[in-house]
Design a protein around this ligand. Structure first.
Ligand code: NDP
Length: 444
């Protein structure tokens, strides 16, 4: 049995009931076969893959808090510190009822390679809780965040581990967590990113993941003699990534006709109204059913369905495994040319294969959505310098990072004879840097 297959088998056996983690490990290791096979003897001797797939540390903790009725609630908190070979652990905190250790491990594992691809000095980690901020009062959210940080603060720090936002963790939650960290540690330091602008946040961080997704897509199209201008784009999600992906796509001259949330989706033939979307989701924290009040020509549908809309470019920006093989078949039948992942692992493995086999250019999340964490790293730099850069400065750096990142993964794909296979390109480019750093630091 090949070394890659042995390690995949071991991961499945040693981490039962963690299907998303298995899926992420299989996807990465499968695409590294060429590199691993060429170095098999040395990698085996060094147990390199075993070290890559095992987090340096994983922390699981109790999060008790009191709800508005005086009832004590108990959630579970996680922080997986996956790999610190190229910098302090860095990765978001997900607050969603579906969160479990396997999901946090899959996200942390992906984060290691993504962060490596940014070219910035950040290691990989991820955290979260099964707490659901939806429907909770501000006081309840604060009570949860303070309790969560009371435990987490023991393991993080500006030079150790710097968490950020993710699903369910926006500016409000980051603010409550930062406030509690400061009280506990008596340190005003860049321990979290995605902070508010008045207390150390970076301009353009809010927009960064969505904007970065469009910058890399635009660069890829440019290198293929095309552009985004005039294209019809379908987006899923209505959160941070989706909103700013829609905004940048429109600024670049595309028409974005859909968005979605966890209960339904919107089709707007005239193009999504981003101001309306922001008001519904960021201000009112309401459902997309409200969208019709702003745009009477639009349609609202219950359930899942954005991938049935004919488009040139599809941007999944909601959550993992939201675009499956059936969706991929419909997209291909409708002539989609590009799928670029704004979310983490939104496309199932068989759907990815089907898209690639049918000539669709596929940009995987670990490259395409790296703009968020890259700008988080820029926030860390500003915090260390105790300076704030202008929006234009940060945005220009973000664009430069995404353009470089594209060429990095394109070069890696070409070097190994897989032109236009950006899954392989991203995994190899991300992996090589991490392996170099690990090797230089001895058996760690
Ligand atoms: P948000 O919480 O802001 O938005 C998530 C969106 O997806 C919401 O519209 C939500 O619906 C929808 N959604 C969440 N879970 C599900 C589900 N199980 N089924 C259907 N829809 C769902 O999160 P973000 O925009 O920050 O994150 C979206 C994705 O992008 C995630 O995969 C995240 O890991 C990834 N990502 C985020 C980065 C960032 O900077 N924020 C950086 C890199 C990756 P509803 O409105 O009903 O809650």
């Amino acid at each position: 049995m090949s070394y890659v297959d042995e390690v995949i088998e071991r991961v499945i056996k040693e981490n039962p009931n963690e299907p998303e983690f298995h899926q992420a490990v299989r996807e990465v290791l499968d695409s590294l076969r060429l590199v691993v096979d060429a170095n098999e003897e040395q990698f085996r001797k060094d147990a390199l893959l075993e070290r890559i797939v095992n987090p340096e540390r994983q922390i699981k903790f109790r999060v008790p808090w009191v709800d508005d009725k005086g009832q004590v609630q108990v959630n579970t908190g996680y922080r997986v510190q996956f790999n610190s070979s190229i910098g302090p652990y860095k990765g978001g905190i997900r607050l969603h009822p579906s969160v479990n250790l396997g999901i946090i491990k899959f996200l942390g594992f992906e984060q290691v390679f993504k962060n490596s691809l940014t070219g910035l000095p950040i290691g990989g980690g991820k955290g979260g809780s099964d707490f659901d901020p939806k429907g909770k009062s501000d006081r309840e959210v604060m009570a949860f965040c303070q309790s969560f940080m009371t435990e987490l603060s023991k393991y993080i720090g500006a030079d150790t581990d710097v968490p950020a936002g993710d699903i369910g963790t926006g500016a409000r939650e980051i603010g409550y967590m930062f406030g509690q960290y400061k009280r506990l540690r008596n340190l005003y330091e860049g321990v979290l990113t995605g902070k508010g602008l008045s207390y150390g946040g970076s301009l353009a961080r809010t927009e960064a993941t969505g904007y970065g997704l469009l910058y890399i897509t635009e660069e890829m199209l440019k290198c293929h003699g095309d552009s985004i201008e005039g294209k019809t784009v379908v987006v899923s999600g209505a959160g941070n990534v989706a909103t700013y992906a829609i905004q940048k796509a429109q600024q670049l001259g595309a028409k974005v006709v859909t968005c979605s949330d966890s209960t339904g989706w919107v089709y707007d033939p005239d193009g999504i109204d981003v101001d309306a979307l922001k008001e519904i989701k960021e201000v009112k924290r309401a459902r997309l059913t409200e969208y019709k009040n702003y745009r009477p020509n639009s349609e609202y549908h219950e359930g899942k369905g954005v991938w049935s809309v004919k488009c040139d470019i599809a941007l999944p920006c909601a959550t993992q495994n939201e675009l499956n093989i059936d969706d991929a078949k419909v997209l291909v039948a409708n002539g989609v040319a590009v799928v670029a992942e704004g979310a983490n692992m939104p496309t199932t493995a068989d759907a990815t294969e089907y898209l690639q086999a049918n000539g669709v250019i596929f940009l995987p999340g670990k490259a395409a959505n790296a703009g968020g964490v890259a700008t988080s790293a820029l926030e860390m730099s500003q915090n260390s310098e105790r300076l704030s850069w202008s929006f234009e400065e940060v945005d220009a750096k973000l664009k430069g990072i995404m353009v470089n990142l594209y060429h990095n993964i394109d070069d890696a794909a070409k070097k190994y004879g897989f032109e236009d296979n950006f899954v392989i390109g991203a995994n190899i480019a991300g992996f090589e840097k991490v392996v170099n750093a690990m090797n230089a630091q001895g058996i760690v």
